[in-house]
Design a protein around this ligand. Structure first.
Ligand SMILES: *[C@@H]1O[C@H](CO)[C@@H](O)[C@H](O)[C@H]1NC(C)=O
Ligand SMILES: *[C@@H]1O[C@H](CO)[C@@H](O)[C@H](O)[C@H]1NC(C)=O
Ligand SMILES: *[C@@H]1O[C@H](CO)[C@@H](O)[C@H](O)[C@H]1NC(C)=O
Ligand SMILES: *[C@@H]1O[C@H](CO)[C@@H](O)[C@H](O)[C@H]1NC(C)=O
Ligand SMILES: *[C@@H]1O[C@H](CO)[C@@H](O)[C@H](O)[C@H]1NC(C)=O
Ligand SMILES: *[C@@H]1O[C@H](CO)[C@@H](O)[C@H](O)[C@H]1NC(C)=O
Ligand SMILES: *[C@@H]1O[C@H](CO)[C@@H](O)[C@H](O)[C@H]1NC(C)=O
Length: 444
């Protein structure tokens, strides 16, 4: 498989930016925003440099920090960073016309963004708890835009990030490892949060529940796609506690390998959503493996919009351990905005699938009667599946003729109540699939 090339050689060619360049030690002024001083220094330090947030200091990043276009630069976060604690202050920056789209942003070539292995320092604290407690979804900041070419993202530690964490959109040749996201709520409120979005054009990524309830208020024009050149992304050994997709792979992504990660509390390992508003989506060669999923709404998940177009090719979820996951394997080509009537989609179109495999997915399903997940604020919940019993370990909601080379192997998932696991598929579709593909009939 082509993907193995990715692990085998490609990433060896990503240079770690070496020390020995000129170093800018970010200055700090108590009670003041430290961003203007960084901005003033950038013309001198945006190539062949280290920008160091030093240990022993808690820096104030009170306004969005756009590092601009960097070349051979390491950003080292060895001190702590705090965002404003005041929600309205952040919202005003996010709403401002010059908002760069993320609270932290960098572009360029040969860029390392790293934290430190020191457990006491290197934390970026966004004070998300107050936002979660208020269910405040307006003008939430996206964390980190790391859309660079030849990037290393490692040892970063995010403490209560408000919403989305790392966005690798438009990045090429990126190795992200040993990062830690701690979006764990210490109240009953739910930490809406996403770890990674990867795509060629996900500049305004939306969450599903966000779509459902805030569609009109927040939906910007996201058209203007065309699958860009593949990003080549390797994401491994990360510890992710959050409240939305652990991984989101969107249109334009190519050669994404996600392995040996721990994900807790969120919405699964997602490819999609694809093909919104009839758009042509394209995703190729995605391998998600050796990952542990704890207390998640979904495990392995694919979603494309009803009425969409394009193709998703060669998607593999392999060796995934699920613990207390409500929808362990979930595929829909029939995704739609539940704020509106279900589109008729008389042509039965959606983003096509050519090659989707679920291999060695094992563990337990949360089939607690009346199960509701933290992001549910409506009745029925946005994730409700009509006629499902809550014991379905696999749900395939496919259109006839739009999916081929579907493979399901070595599935061993038990509802934790001890009930018999169920599988839900559209029988017409599955009968067609069974001719010439490897869906295990015993499972259907
Ligand atoms: C990036 O690093 C590689 C390897 O050190 C080097 O060959 C290349 O010239 C660098 N790219 C830029 C734009 O400096
Ligand atoms: C750095 O920030 C984290 C998260 O807010 C905090 O737990 C830690 O105590 C801080 N470190 C120091 C040395 O203040
Ligand atoms: C990625 O690139 C596309 C196409 O050039 C652009 O429209 C989009 O805004 C970019 N996304 C980000 C996050 O910069
Ligand atoms: C499956 O993944 C686990 C990590 O979740 C890893 O320890 C184990 O070695 C993997 N098994 C195989 C066969 O790769
Ligand atoms: C779907 O078709 C029905 C019957 O033709 C029509 O009443 C309904 O408005 C259509 N729904 C949408 C969302 O177009
Ligand atoms: C779409 O699917 C429906 C329901 O399966 C079927 O009745 C209809 O003929 C299909 N339409 C086309 C154009 O294939
Ligand atoms: C749910 O089941 C009922 C009864 O079998 C059936 O009439 C209905 O079409 C089903 N709904 C969906 C969305 O599959």
């Amino acid at each position: 498989m082509r993907l193995s090339l990715l692990a085998g050689g490609l990433f060896l060619s990503i240079p770690e930016v070496v020390l020995g360049y000129k170093t800018f030690v970010v200055p700090h002024t108590a009670g003041k925003d430290d961003v203007p001083a960084i901005r003033a220094a950038l013309p001198k330090y945006s190539s062949d440099a280290t920008i160091l947030f030093k240990k022993g200091v808690t820096y104030n990043v009170f306004t969005p920090l756009d590092f601009g276009t960097l070349k051979n630069v390491e950003i080292a976060i060895e001190g702590n960073i705090t965002l404003p604690t005041n929600i309205a202050t952040i919202q005003a920056s996010v709403a401002a016309p010059d908002y760069p789209g993320h609270w932290f942003k960098m572009r360029g070539t040969n860029v390392t963004l790293r934290g430190t292995s020191d457990r006491k320092w290197g934390w970026v604290d966004a004070h998300g708890q107050a936002w979660w407690d208020l269910i405040e979804w307006n003008n939430r900041p996206y964390g980190w835009d790391f859309g660079v070419t030849n990037g290393v993202l490692k040892d970063m530690k995010l403490w209560k990030p408000i919403a989305w964490s790392f966005d690798l959109s438009n990045g090429t040749n990126i190795h992200a490892f040993n990062n830690e996201i701690q979006a764990r709520s210490n109240s009953k409120s739910f930490p809406f949060n996403t770890y990674v979005a990867t795509s060629a054009f996900a500049s305004t990524p939306l969450l599903i529940f966000y779509l459902h309830f805030f569609y009109h208020r927040t939906h910007g024009n996201r058209d203007g796609f065309q699958a860009a050149q593949g990003p080549n992304i390797l994401i491994e050994n990360n510890h992710i506690v959050n409240g939305d997709d652990c991984l989101t792979v969107r249109s334009g992504a190519k050669n994404v390998h996600f392995r040996n990660n721990y994900c807790e509390g969120g919405h699964g390992l997602s490819v999609g959503s694809l093909g919104k508003g009839g758009t042509v989506a394209s995703v190729d060669d995605i391998l998600i493996e050796n990952t542990v999923m704890v207390n998640q709404l979904y495990g392995a998940r694919f979603k494309s919009w009803t009425g969409g177009a394009g193709q998703a090719r060669n998607l593999v979820w392999r060796n995934i351990t699920v613990t207390n996951v409500a929808f362990p394997i979930y595929v829909t080509q029939n995704y739609y905005d539940q704020n509106f009537p279900k589109p008729n989609n008389t042509d039965n179109t959606s983003t096509g699938i050519d090659g989707i495999s679920f291999i060695d997915i094992h563990g337990t399903q949360d089939d607690t009667p009346g199960y509701t997940e933290g992001s549910c604020v409506s009745d029925p919940c946005w994730y409700a599946v009509p006629n499902a019993t809550g014991k379905e370990i696999i749900i395939f909601d496919l259109y006839p003729g739009t999916a081929k080379n579907v493979k399901v192997q070595k599935i061993n998932i038990r509802p934790k109540s001890g009930a018999t696991p169920r599988v839900m598929c559209d029988p017409t579709t599955v009968r067609k699939l069974l001719r010439g593909s490897a869906v295990n009939p015993a499972l259907i």
